[in-house]
Structure formats: structure tokens, C-alpha cells
Design a protein. Structure first.
Length: 351
């Protein structure tokens, strides 16, 4: 399958890292009245004895903040593709309260999606090897190696990638002693830059690359699917990418071999991502929302503090947004549907 792009894409989603690094207009601070509203919604849920995930948007009313969120949802889908909220007072809440609150906030952005075959809905992004000792997943295949999930739950760096949902939501609870910077880049600008430099390699990135479902779905370690890196469908750009899944697929004998040019295209893709990206240090109380169709995200290596509650901790949600774009037909096997504005994506749960 091929989705050739012959001209650069213009618009607010085609931003450059140096532009974002020189500005703060992408930071949106919580207003005191919004914090008060969130607190009231949390206490209301608690009085009713409701626990996540067994309540929804209507059970967590945010009459003022939800109206403001409509503009942020538009920014995610039709603007630069990311928003950062700052100033949620995370230290005032217990762990359970924070997850309840976060679930309620997420419900005002979209539908929660499963993040792995174990039914995870709120992910704790931390160095699990530090907390629990060396972690080996039951699904870790000796041929394919560590999954993306396993890498994310360590202190190591993460390459630029997307998640299998419309919007990935990250709430910073604690930052690292050192490192752990969030890196993001406009996938649209990456596409434009490669098109200008090497249209031959850009054409390859608009064709199918085979990927493994490594470590995602129960029993799916050896399942593969083809999908281009860059797509344009109904006037909207979209990308789905993790090089880990591409490399894993190449270890399976039944998968067609990539050519040297295919590898060169991925190397250029990685280099341009680094060139055009910018980094931010997420502070406790920062809430980052990224549109996976137009933004790649990664992370630098980090070091935790030695004491209790001195480790880097982010809470993660995968969300399907009500204003999402239509997807190309090739996305159907892993997204469940290509229709816009409906619950989709995430990881299918075992029967």
C-alpha cells in the first residue's frame, strides 16, 4: 500500500522545534477556579463511592473547564497537535485520589483505551526495574527481544515513536533526579524535510513497512502487519511508527526483507526527528496531551533519587477523541475501525 505525498504540508501542525523552544504559548496554566472545579468533582465522586474505571464524564462534572477543553481538543486535532497544562497540585492528593481525578479529566478528553493485554487503563511510567527488580514480561519473546512497553518501564532513553491511540496523555507526578526530558517533534515537519532532501527515500516511507505486534497483544508476538510510515487520507496527515516493531518483524523469517534503501530511509527519519525536535522537562502537575497522528515523542535517559517516592513517575492514559480524523484502510487491523470520532485504537483484550 502506498500513500505518496508529492508536496509539503503547510499549517500549524508543521512546526519546528526551535520555534517551540523559543516560545511558551503552548503552555496553558490551570486557573484557580479550574482547580476548585476539579476538587469539587473529585469529592463528589468520593461521596458517591465511585471508583475508576467505573465512572464516566457525567459523573465528574467540570462545567467551566470542559468548555475550555473544547478549544484544546481543536488545537490537538487541527492545530499544533500538542497541549501542555501546568499547575495541577498533585502533591495534595493521595495516590488513589490522583488516579481518580486523572481518570475524570481523561473522560473529558475522550474514551479511555487499553494499553496492553493485561487490561491496563492508567499506566504508571516509571523505572520498574528499580521498584520491583528486573522485570521480564511473560510475553517477552527470546527472538524478538524487549518490547516497547518493557523499554518504557525502564530508565533508558526512548526513540521517537507513536502510541496506538489518537491522543496519549501524560501526567507528571514526580520528576527524575536527573534527565528524563520529554522530547517531541512534528511528524508533519519531519515528512516535509525528508521530502525536500530525499524524495526517493520519502517515497519509500509512504510505502508499507512490516511491523510486529511484539509484546502488545496476548499471543500476538509473531503476528505482523504492513503499514506506511507517512499517510495522507481525506486531506489529513497521519503516521504510526515505532522502529522497535519494524526491527522485531525483520527477525521473523516469513516477513519480506527490507532493502538497504528502506533502512537508509529509517535512518534519515530518525536523524531528522532529532534535528527538528525540542525537549521539555515535565514538572510535577504538568499534563501533556499529544496527538499521535502528527506528533512523535521520545525521552532521554534518567536517574532516580535513592529514597522512597524519589523516583520519576508519570501517569499515562490512551484516549480516543471525539473529533479525530478518518484513517486509511491499512489501519483497520490494529485500530479496529478507521471511522473518525469514534472509540478506536488501544489493545484488544483476550477473550
Amino acid at each position: 500500500m502506498s500513500y505518496a505525498l508529492s508536496t509539503p504540508i503547510t499549517g500549524p501542525e508543521a512546526w519546528l522545534g526551535r520555534e517551540m523552544a523559543a516560545s511558551t504559548h503552548w503552555i496553558r496554566r490551570f486557573a484557580p477556579r479550574e482547580i476548585d472545579e476539579i476538587d469539587v468533582a473529585l469529592r463528589q465522586v468520593q461521596r458517591r463511592g465511585l471508583e475508576w474505571p467505573k465512572f464516566g464524564r457525567d459523573d465528574f462534572p467540570l462545567p467551566t473547564f470542559s468548555r475550555a477543553l473544547a478549544d484544546d481538543l481543536d488545537e490537538l486535532e487541527n492545530g499544533r497537535g500538542f497541549v501542555l497544562f501546568r499547575g495541577l497540585p498533585v502533591a495534595r492528593y493521595t495516590d488513589d485520589e490522583l488516579k481518580t481525578l486523572y481518570w475524570g479529566l481523561g473522560a473529558h478528553v475522550g474514551s479511555h483505551r487499553y494499553q496492553n493485554a493485561m487490561g491496563e487503563l492508567i499506566g504508571e511510567v516509571r523505572d520498574e526495574n528499580r521498584v520491583y527488580g528486573e522485570v521480564r514480561e511473560p510475553s517477552m519473546d527470546p527472538t524478538l527481544g524487549r518490547s516497547s512497553r518493557n523499554k518504557a518501564r525502564s530508565a533508558g532513553p526512548l526513540r521517537f515513536h507513536t502510541d496506538r491511540c489518537d491522543v496519549v496523555s501524560l501526567l507528571c507526578v514526580r520528576r527524575a533526579k536527573a534527565g528524563g526530558l520529554s522530547k517531541i517533534v512534528s511528524a508533519v515537519s519531519v515528512s516535509n524535510e525528508i521530502l525536500g532532501r530525499r524524495p526517493d527515500l520519502h517515497a519509500l516511507l509512504c510505502q508499507d513497512y512490516w511491523r510486529s505486534r511484539q509484546g502488545e497483544e496476548s499471543g500476538g508476538e509473531k503476528k505482523v502487519f504492513p503499514l506506511p510510515i507517512f499517510c495522507l487520507h481525506e486531506g489529513k496527515f497521519t503516521t504510526q511508527y515505532s522502529r522497535t516493531f519494524v526491527e522485531a518483524a525483520q527477525k521473523l523469517p516469513e516477513v519480506p526483507r527490507m532493502t538497504a534503501a528502506h533502512d537508509e530511509a529509517l535512518d534519515l527519519h530518525a536523524a531528522v526527528c532529532e534535528e527538528l525536535s525540542f525537549t521539555m522537562e515535565l514538572e510535577p502537575g504538568d499534563w501533556q496531551l499529544l496527538n499521535n497522528h502528527v506528533i512523535y515523542h521520545g525521552r532521554t535517559h534518567y536517574e532516580d533519587g535513592a529514597g522512597a517516592n524519589q523516583d520519576r513517575l508519570l501517569l499515562r492514559l490512551w484516549l480516543a477523541t471525539p473529533n479525530s480524523r478518518a484513517l486509511p484502510a491499512g489501519y483497520l487491523p490494529i485500530w479496529g475501525t478507521t471511522a473518525p470520532g469514534v472509540p478506536r485504537g488501544g489493545i484488544v483484550q483476550p477473550a
